[in-house]
Design a protein. Structure first.
Length: 423
């Protein structure tokens, strides 16, 4: 099946960057279908570490065409900066050749960032934990049909009118809310300048992808965040504003909903950034030790990630929602010395019911039920064959497969490209 979708199974940061980098070597197109520059995909290359926020991870492979699909919200000023940064790192980024941006993708502007921070401040104790990059407000404007699109940046007349309408829409309430007004002329000037720089890359990306699919090209769809941050299927309202699960892949690219291979990425334990329910969270010293062992600090914001045990209930749910037919289990190396290893197999809900289904409500009060497995103390980073893993590590992986019903086809045992076990 030439089209593959890689999706994070929990709340993001599963190590998708490494897996996509790995798969991109055998791919013609790598496509982002949702989210914005709140994502942070870390690649560890022979030349050092590289964090990508908006540009698909295939950019490090010279033969790959990278597409920012229409489902992504694009901050054009950030994109210009990210292109520059990659070029400074020696990467050959050519707009219109190996980097395409959908003309339908919506634009994030500075007013969205201010609105984002303002909205988060209004939430008081109920903060969602947004990265404050303007993603949510840009998506809201898309739904409210007042948004700007990347194609507008190439059409000065149209852009000026759109900026005037946008400013009028915002300024009707920005002032009363204590926010500085939007200057339509300055906004149009900034966007036109960014549009000039990006001009060659702003295209009908959906058409390009459909042509590629018809020609039998290999297409890799790169999910951002994770299934449990999906606007509809995730832990609402502690979610992102887009369809982070596989469901976003078709509307977010313009590809038709044909069958595709779905690869779910899950860490060998669980992490979450920002607020929201997390039943298997370790709030004690063990959680701190896991955070340090796994270097669990956000690649975009540097925020410490909350850490906890592997949750088979959540993974089974996300696997079902996303259609994942296989799992890549990352960070197995991090669990060295963490015995016993606990797997959550059910929740006890606040009303006393025991469930093995992932609930839409009451997850905050859910108490996890665990099975314990013996841990392993060996360093597994040099292991390249499943049979060579310590018996306890193998048993742990097999228990995950059995409890989630999803085969683990690949195991990542370190951040570097070659640190993988294929089964
Ligand atoms: P993404 O948002 O899902 O792409 O996740 P990130 O790339 O932000 O975070 C994953 C982090 O884990 C990065 O620092 C990776 O280099 C690192 N990483 C990926 N796979 C492994 C692994 O198997 N073991 C270890 N120790 N680190 C890994």
């Amino acid at each position: 099946m030439p089209t593959t979708c890689v999706v994070g199974i929990l709340w993001g940061d599963e190590g998708k960057g490494k897996v996509i980098d790995y798969l991109a070597a055998e791919t013609d197109f790598v496509v982002r279908y949702g989210g914005g520059h709140n994502a942070g995909h870390t690649l560890v290359l022979p030349t050092g570490k590289l964090v990508l926020h908006l540009i698909p991870s295939g950019i490090v492979h010279p033969h790959t065409v990278n597409v920012i699909g229409n489902g992504v919200v694009v901050d054009p000023v950030h994109l210009v900066g990210e292109v520059d940064k990659l070029r400074q790192r020696g990467l050959d980024v050519r707009l219109g050749h190996n980097l395409l941006v959908s003309e339908r993708a919506h634009v994030i502007v500075e007013a969205h960032r201010r609105q984002d921070l303002w909205a988060e401040a209004q939430r008081g104790d109920g903060k969602i934990g947004t990265t404050g990059r303007g993603i949510g407000p840009a998506y809201a404007d898309r739904c409210g049909r007042v948004g700007l699109r990347m194609g507008d940046l190439l059409r000065p007349e149209r852009l000026r009118d759109a900026c005037a309408a946008f400013a009028a829409h915002k300024n009707a309430w920005f002032g009363p809310a204590g926010l500085a007004p939007v200057d339509a002329a300055a906004l149009a000037a900034e966007l036109l300048a960014a549009g000039e720089t990006l001009r060659a890359g702003i295209v009908d990306a959906g058409a390009a992808l459909r042509r590629a699919q018809a020609d039998g090209k290999r297409i890799l769809l790169e999910g951002a965040q994770g299934c449990l941050l999906d606007l509809e299927q995730g832990t609402y309202p502690y979610v992102t504003s887009s369809h982070a699960s596989t469901g976003g892949a078709f509307p977010g690219t313009g590809l038709p909903p044909h069958a595709m291979r779905v690869v779910g990425i899950a860490k060998a334990y669980a992490t979450r950034v920002g607020a929201g329910p997390f039943p298997t969270e370790l709030k004690d010293a063990l959680g701190d030790t896991l955070r340090i062992a796994g270097n669990e600090f956000g690649s975009t914001t540097g925020r410490p990630r909350r850490c906890g045990w592997f949750d088979t209930v959540a993974v089974r749910y996300s696997g079902a929602v996303s259609g994942a037919s296989e799992l890549v289990l990352t960070n197995l190396d991090v669990l060295k010395g963490f015995g016993p290893l606990r797997l959550c197999v059910a929740y006890r809900l606040p009303d006393g019911t025991r469930t093995t289904e992932f609930p839409a409500f009451d997850l905050e009060g859910a108490v996890p039920e665990f099975v314990d497995l013996p841990g392993f103390t060996e360093d597994v980073r040099a292991v390249r064959r499943f049979e060579d893993l310590p018996a306890n590590a193998r048993a742990y992986v097999q228990a995950i497969e059995q409890r989630t019903g999803i085969p683990v086809r690949t195991i990542s045992v370190g951040p570097e490209r070659q640190q993988v076990i294929l089964r």
